[in-house]
Design a protein around this ligand. Structure first.
Ligand code: SF4
Ligand code: SF4
Length: 69
């Protein structure tokens, strides 16, 4: 399901706690689309995010695979 790009959803993003996250990156990749910084898979915490069940997300690694939906 697509994740609406709004402040409330963005504030719930936990990408900043993820081992794959690159410091200074945008986060919120499930809505914004893949990262331009070229992250490498080191685990994904998206399944622990409150948006995961709400928008029936799957797969994770949106920073590499691109946005949901
Ligand atoms: S599902 Fe992942 S990318 Fe989307 S807001 Fe949550 S932690 Fe961030
Ligand atoms: S999309 Fe997933 S893998 Fe990428 S930074 Fe966010 S939590 Fe980590």
């Amino acid at each position: 399901m697509e994740v609406p790009n709004n402040e409330e959803n963005m504030s719930r993003c936990i990408c900043g706690t993820c081992p794959t996250y690159i410091e200074g990156d945008t986060g919120f990749f499930c809505s914004l689309d893949f990262s331009k910084k070229g992250p490498v898979r080191r685990g994904c915490v998206c399944s622990e995010c409150s948006l995961w069940p709400e928008y029936e997300l799957s797969g994770g690694y949106f920073c590499i695979n691109g946005k949901a939906g």
